[in-house]
Design a protein around this ligand. Structure first.
Ligand code: 26V
Length: 841
């Protein structure tokens, strides 16, 4: 019956309409005459949710009966974006929903547009987790996500007078139809208190007891994750922190009722807000509380599920459970499992530890030292006294092994110790994660190589090369092709003779597009779709900024978190250089038309991205971009030759509009700093070309699509250290071109030069850590080269070869992007790290 209902709601127009009307009248307590787009979204999403729940319940049932190994993906961030379009696509019910809504007087796109983004993440790491749960479901794995149900997601960014202003993202203003409250699933989590020793009455052995302190409840909220073209619907479980309602009666009796209730209410602050830092560690107590709260609740949930069928057969635990640590944020799970096994279940230390290390694996997402978590020992000891003891014990046994292995190397002990000695002792979470895992992976080849030769090189000596591996990141083609770029997805399905879009789960099939590389009609269609997408973006830009873009010009895009290492400053400096050159040419009497013919093609530089609220330098870069935009866009001489826009509040739903509309996107991090990047994959999969450094997954993208189809430039990662050294000992050489840019900034061309002093001085006087000066001319050269290819694109129709040069590169990119499906990543994790197999449908 359930399956029937599901299939009806999604595939039967009448049933969808009936359910929609019922939800308007009952769930929303409104009527059809008083139903705006928002209400329509709520009623439609409730209908889709009802359908999802059927698959979800069946899947859980099936997985329980099968009783195979499950993987749990622990991530503090899941940057899901909107759910409804994705659910309709995965259930193959989009056309039906569109037709039903149209019958009722609504337009599906407008209705979808009402949904707030679930923005429970910062950037790459959180979006990767979202792609991974999509692939886990789509490839029929039994895999759950565990995270926190923040009331406030990543802040909303406003641009006021060119400055970033943060406002809270209260995304649960209206009830969330995708959330299934599991109020009955409550797990107590303790903090603070003290540890004492007691005797186990059974064994007579000493035993540690952790008691006292503060108790908070973890209450489950579940989110169904539908797979594409399968009934498999996994679960994403996000925890809410709630007070226990166990009054502190001593306070109560003393008449301090107010304070007693107040302390309880503060429990909810644990899951109130997502920390808005990306690639930067700041040691806040509440953040550590979030981590333990989430890890303890998730682990106890996992253990409870295991014990239901396996009782206390702990040897079976690693055969039933794999846990993937998304960065070091959940590292305390290693300690918590050891505590559960030793303190609560009475296992011997070594036995427990051998179970722990078979269960966990750790993914590193950055080599940036400022992002590596190091929690002060004092803080850990106060918040989690028993855990700190266990960390010391883990370290003791580990260092004993290291000493045994390297008896003549005294220094290595200090280097690999979990505890960093110094003014303030701290716990190095990455080291703990490596020691407690059976596999450690980086997220692209270059990155995995770098972690093994730099930050973790001692651990390669200690544990051997086999503990380390690489899994190059990927993205889900359902959202990032089918959903974001429906016209291109359709053209591909026609060309591949694949009316059911099977290629979306077999992305290697894209390769067959190469056959059509000389098919002019196809290339023209391809180009027209890009143009359509550019118009869509033009409308968004107009709405968000008031700026009118000409969709025929080159759209040159850089959207991602604002960070010095990602080098938005390099990009905007090059834009300024271009503007100054254009002004010079105009001043010397060269006409605009001649400039367009001989010097510069018309382009729009499009930026977007958030800066961490405390990251002053990043905010300065945003301000500069906006000020350059003000000057350039209002210069009457320039016209469409150059425009500069900063799209405020870049997020997943805006990415779905921006990505398919780019001709060229920037992935220009200092070599060796961007672990992988995933937006590079999204752009290439949508037929945008890349200008990039030899960094992160750009390396594998180049290998797959061919070096003729990507514009690489810049110093290589192996030279970076030496160049930095030279900067410090011999000073930084500013090339003439960049000097021109600096001079104009300092002349006040873009507002008060004082505001940009930190930015320029960082390059000139403080060692130019990110090699802007070294890569500037190389970046300009790469532009000259690529603009020759783009030039006259869409112009002189008689010169077909030239006309289609860019488009051909675009097609060849897409045709060779199959490798970057997150389905491939998940298969690699499953085989090489988790040792799990898909469930047959
Ligand atoms: C670290 C920290 C440190 C503590 C406070 C907040 C915070 C938030 C995130 C992180 C993790 C590393 C940052 C990250 O997002 N890395 C990105 O991961 C992407 C997915 O693997 C990858 O594509 C990007 O290159 C990498 O920057």
């Amino acid at each position: 019956h359930g399956q029937d209902l599901e299939s009806k709601l999604v595939h039967d127009r009448g049933a969808f309409e009936e359910s929609f009307v019922r939800h308007v009248e009952t769930t929303l307590a409104r009527n059809m005459y008083n139903c705006d787009n928002l209400a329509a979204y709520q009623a439609a999403s409730s209908t889709v949710r009802d359908a999802l729940l059927v698959d979800w319940a069946n899947t859980q049932q099936k997985q329980t009966v099968h009783n195979g190994k499950r993987v749990y993906y622990l991530s503090l961030e899941f940057l899901m974006g909107r759910a409804m379009d994705n659910a309709l696509i995965n259930l193959k019910g989009r056309d039906n929903a569109a037709a039903a809504l149209s019958d009722l007087g609504f337009n599906l796109e407008d209705v979808l547009d009402q949904e707030p983004d679930a923005a429970l993440g910062n950037g790459g790491l959180g979006r990767l987790a979202a792609c991974f749960v999509d692939s886990l479901s789509s490839k029929n794995y039994s895999g759950w996500g565990y995270g926190l149900n923040y009331q406030y997601g990543i802040f909303k960014q406003k641009i006021i007078d060119g400055y970033q202003v943060e406002t809270p993202d209260y995304w649960l203003k209206y009830s969330n139809p995708w959330e299934i409250d599991r109020k009955e699933i409550q797990i107590p989590v303790d903090f603070y208190g003290h540890v004492y020793e007691d005797y186990d009455p059974n064994s007579g052995k000493p035993k540690k007891i952790w008691s006292g302190g503060e108790r908070v409840l973890a209450v489950a909220a579940d989110f169904p994750i539908p797979g594409y073209n399968t009934d498999n619907t996994n679960n994403l479980r996000l925890w809410n922190a709630k007070p226990t309602h166990e009054f502190d009666f001593t306070k109560f009796n003393a008449g301090d009722y107010q304070q007693s209730v107040g302390a309880q209410q503060r429990a909810e602050s644990i899951t109130a807000v997502l920390y808005p830092n990306d690639n930067f560690y700041s040691g806040k107590e509440l953040r550590l509380k979030q981590q333990y709260f989430w890890v303890a609740a998730s682990l106890h949930d996992i253990v409870r599920r295991f014990k239901k069928t396996n009782k206390s057969q702990w040897e079976k635990f690693p055969e039933q459970v794999a846990i993937q640590l998304n960065d070091t944020h959940p590292t305390l799970a290693i300690v918590e499992l050891q505590r559960v096994l030793v303190d609560l279940e009475g296992l011997e230390w070594d036995h427990a530890w051998s179970i722990v290390t078979r269960v966990f694996a750790y993914t590193n997402h950055t080599v940036m030292t400022e992002a590596l978590e190091k929690w002060p020992v004092d803080l850990v000891g106060r918040l989690l006294p028993r855990h700190l003891e266990i960390i010391y014990d883990i370290n003791f046994f580990f260092l004993k092994d290291v000493e045994h292995k390297f008896p003549d190397d005294r220094d290595i002990l200090g280097r690999v110790s979990i505890i960093e000695e110094g003014n303030e002792k701290s716990v190095r979470m990455a080291y703990l994660a490596i020691i407690g895992s059976h596999k450690v992976n980086g997220v692209a080849e270059l990155h995995s190589e770098l972690i093994q030769t730099t930050i973790f090189k001692d651990f390669v000596r200690v544990f051997g090369k086999d503990r380390f591996t690489n899994v190059t990141n990927g993205i889900t083609p359902r959202r990032w092709l089918r959903q974001a770029n429906p016209q291109l997805a359709k053209l591909i399905s026609e060309k591949l003779n694949d009316p059911n879009y099977e290629y979306l789960t077999n992305l290697g099939n894209l390769k067959k597009l190469e056959k059509f590389i000389d098919d002019d009609e196809f290339l023209t269609k391809w180009d027209a779709i890009k143009f359509h997408n550019k118009r869509r973006l033009t409308a968004l830009v107009k709405e968000e900024t008031g700026i009118e873009l000409d969709p025929t010009v080159l759209f040159d895009v850089q959207v991602k978190r604002i960070h010095e290492y990602k080098r938005q400053q390099l990009n905007i400096f090059a834009v300024i250089y271009r503007y100054l050159r254009i002004k010079e040419l105009l001043a010397s009497g060269v006409s605009i038309d001649e400039i367009k013919l001989k010097h510069y093609i018309s382009k729009a530089s499009i930026f977007g991205g958030k800066a961490a609220p405390g990251y002053y330098m990043a905010k300065t870069i945003i301000h500069l971009i906006n000020k350059v935009g003000d000057v350039v866009n209002n210069d009457p001489e320039i016209g469409n030759l150059l425009k500069v826009v900063f799209i405020p509040d870049y997020n997943v739903s805006k990415a779905e509009i921006i990505t398919p509309a780019s001709d060229l996107s920037n992935h220009i991090s200092t070599a060796g700093t961007e672990a992988s990047g995933t937006s590079n994959m999204k752009f290439a999969l949508n037929g945008g070309l890349i200008i990039g450094t030899v960094d992160g997954a750009n390396v594998e993208i180049t290998r797959e699509i061919g070096e003729d189809n990507i514009f690489l430039f810049g110093n290589l990662s192996e030279s970076v250290e030496e160049i930095r050294h030279k900067h410090i000992y011999e000073g930084v050489q500013i090339p003439e071109t960049l000097q021109k840019v600096f001079d104009s900034i300092e002349s006040g061309a873009f507002g008060n030069p004082e505001e940009y002093k930190v930015l320029l001085d960082g390059i000139r006087y403080h060692g130019d850590h990110y090699l802007v000066s070294d890569d500037f001319d190389l970046f300009l050269d790469a532009h000259i080269k690529l603009e020759k290819v783009f030039g006259h694109h869409g112009g002189d129709a008689s010169d077909k070869d030239h006309l289609h040069r860019w488009v051909k590169k675009s097609v060849l990119s897409v045709a060779n992007m199959g490798f970057f499906s997150s389905d491939r990543c998940i298969d690699e994790y499953a085989e090489n790290i988790w040792n799990i197999e898909p469930l047959n449908q």
